[in-house]
Unconditional design. Structure first.
Length: 124
């Protein structure tokens, strides 16, 4: 999917999504009175998907344990590289699924997207 905006630097791209560059240009001309010689930015739309960084999450758990229990928790290292691999991948997947289900339950699934691969075209 593609979308367009007036500038490559816009943080919010407010126009509809289209299948082709030509449809973006047509929308700009017909619905927003863009004229020949003017430029628009076109970018690819990527839906935002939630992904939890479990390494950071585990580091935070270690920090919280140290804050609460002091040096007794200092040797408890659950975010270490020795634990990475299939177990960490499984945890990453399960935590992400859990957060995604929570967002669905509270009706807060992302309604925004990321726009990338942005380029400028001049309207004919």
């Amino acid at each position: 999917m593609l979308t367009w905006s007036y500038s490559e630097n816009d943080e919010i791209w407010q126009h509809d999504n289209f299948e082709t560059e030509e449809e973006c240009v047509l929308d700009a001309k017909e619905n927003y009175r863009m004229k020949s010689g003017e430029s628009i930015a076109i970018g690819t739309v990527y839906p935002y998907t939630v992904s939890i960084d479990v390494e950071t999450m585990l580091e935070r758990i270690e920090e919280d344990a140290y804050e609460e229990c002091g040096e007794a928790a200092e040797s408890w290292v659950i975010s270490s590289r020795k634990h990475f691999g299939k177990e960490m991948d499984d945890l990453q997947e399960k935590v992400t699924e859990l957060v995604d289900a929570y967002l669905d339950k509270i009706s807060e699934k992302p309604t925004f997207s990321k726009v990338d691969n942005i380029y400028t075209v001049t309207i004919d």
